[in-house]
Structures are given as structure tokens and as C-alpha cells.
Design a protein around this ligand. Structure first.
Ligand code: PAF
Length: 279
């Protein structure tokens, strides 16, 4: 496994193996990332993982400084899962000068996660486009845990005609249903015990929809009230169309329920896809 820090060295290394598949990460790798790597590996001669905590996608009050950085452990996990190249640039390598050109995603960047985290998706899209230009993969794998991020990047690839196949990966969960996330380690033990309620709430809403409930607003409000009764501060629970994350109507069949809520100081997100029978 090659650990590479500079864009020049990365280009030189990948010149020899142009057929590569890419897993962009911010490090602190867990089973969710390992699944992305497992999906990547059979698809190309060379699997490239990047580890870069991207300041551009964090708001001023967010956790950029305390975001967990565990490089040695990440390298070990990459080695044992058979990654070929780990790209670990520092900030000057990715942003050698102030980033005055950015990717502005559509209005999608202002709803749901974007409403709570202004400029977040602009930061994500900008760094991912830069990383794509550095790695030049034929495919890239993204987890559906960050559902809106996946949709934004899928649309960016399509609209800029990037020659990259985007492959979504299912969310990996702990035994009690909590979606794996680097931020779970911020949870205190009592909050960790409470945390699966977010996914349980989504599952209950899914079951009601499958049983024929169609009053989306009632379901959303009840879901949020249930969390609030148990000490959460929900940002949103929203039933949306999978295709574009616009509000779901009773006629839509491919839906996703997306949610974000705070438990103590920790903000958790999750989602669940639903396929309803057609009319
Ligand atoms: O999902 C993440 O870890 C990050 O948003 C990404 C895609 C690596 C961009 O910094």
C-alpha cells in the first residue's frame, strides 16, 4: 500500500494504473468505510482512498477542530482491507491558494442539511471535484448515510459530464440500528443508549406508510414529537422523493425519510428508503 501526500506523487503513481476506483473519506475509518472499500475493490485494478478533513464544508461553529483524526489506525485498516493507494494531502496541497472558484450546487444545497449547515454542500462538492481531478477515477463510492450528499454529488457528476460512475452504498448499522458515523463517538454512554431511537422512529414511519398512511405532515410531526419527548432536539424529519429530495406526495412511490436531530451536543443524521406500491 502506498501512502501519498502530494498531488504530483499521486499523479505519478496513478499513471501506471489508470484504472482506479475511488473512496473519498475524512478518515476515522469505521465499518461503514470498510464496506465502501469492499465495494470498490473488485471494480478496479487499483483502489484509492483519500483522507482529508475538508475545512470548506464545516461551518464556523462546527466540529472541524475536534473532528477525530486517527491516521495510524486508518492506515492499518486500509492495509488490512487491501487498499492500494491512500492519498493524505495536507490543507496546502488541496488549497494552495484561497479557493475563490467553488461548485455551487442547485437549490438542493439550501434545504434539509443545507438549511442547518449553510455552505456545507458547496464545500463538499468543491473538494470532491478537486479530488476527482487529482485521482481521475472511473468510479467513486459514497455511502447513502449522507443521502443528500450522495444526491448532490450524483447531480454534479451528471451535469458536468464527469466520466465517473457514482456507486451508492447502503448504510452500515450497529446491532441496535444506530447508523455508523465518526460522530457517534461524541455520544455519552446514556446518549449512546438513546441514539437508536432515531432509526426506530424512521422504521415506525416507514411501517405506517407501508400500511397505507399518506398524511406526510402528520407522520413527520409525530416522528419529531416522539424524539422531543425523549430529550432530542430534532432539526427535521422529512418524507421526500428519492430522486430530488422534494416533498413527497401521496402519489409518489420511491420515497426516503431523512432526519437530523441533536442528542446533547451531538447532531445525528439518518434516513430510510421506502418503496410504496404504485396506484
Ligand atoms: O462524506 C465525507 O466523508 C465527506 O463529505 C467527503 C465526501 C469525503 C468530502 O469531504
Amino acid at each position: 500500500m502506498d501512502v501519498i501526500h502530494s498531488v504530483a506523487a499521486l499523479r505519478e503513481r496513478l499513471e501506471r494504473v489508470p484504472n482506479n476506483v475511488f473512496v473519498p473519506t475524512m478518515g476515522n475509518l469505521h465499518q461503514g468505510h470498510i464496506q465502501l472499500i469492499d465495494i470498490a475493490k473488485p471494480r478496479a485494478a487499483c483502489t484509492v482512498v483519500s483522507i482529508f478533513v475538508n475545512r470548506l464544508q464545516f461551518g464556523p461553529q462546527e466540529d472541524f477542530d475536534r473532528y477525530p483524526r486517527t491516521l495510524e489506525n486508518d492506515f492499518e485498516q486500509c492495509r488490512s482491507t487491501g487498499v492500494d493507494v491512500v492519498f493524505v494531502p495536507d490543507e496546502r496541497e488541496i488549497y494552495p491558494e484561497p479557493q475563490t472558484f467553488v461548485v455551487e450546487p442547485s437549490d438542493l444545497q439550501h434545504i434539509l442539511e443545507g438549511a442547518a449547515r449553510p455552505k456545507h454542500f458547496r464545500g463538499v462538492a468543491t473538494v470532491v471535484l478537486k479530488l476527482f481531478n487529482m485521482v481521475r477515477p472511473h468510479s467513486a463510492i459514497f455511502g447513502k448515510k449522507d443521502y443528500q450528499q450522495y444526491i448532490v454529488l450524483r447531480d454534479m457528476i451528471r451535469q458536468f459530464a464527469l466520466p465517473i460512475e457514482i456507486i451508492p452504498a447502503e448504510t452500515v448499522r450497529a446491532d441496535d440500528g444506530l447508523a455508523l458515523s465518526s460522530r457517534n463517538q461524541y455520544l455519552s454512554p446514556p446518549h449512546r443508549r438513546e441514539a437508536p431511537r432515531l432509526y426506530q422512529t424512521l422504521c415506525q414511519m416507514r411501517d405506517e406508510l407501508l400500511q397505507g398512511a399518506r398524511d406526510m405532515q402528520r407522520l413527520e410531526l409525530e416522528g419529531m414529537a416522539g424524539l422531543a419527548r425523549n430529550g432530542w432536539r430534532p432539526d427535521y424529519i422529512a418524507i421526500r422523493r428519492q430522486a430530488d429530495l422534494q416533498a413527497g406526495t401521496p402519489e409518489d412511490t420511491h420515497l426516503v425519510i431523512v432526519a437530523a436531530a441533536r442528542l446533547g451536543p451531538t447532531r445525528l443524521i439518518d434516513n430510510i428508503e421506502i418503496e410504496l406500491p404504485g396506484p
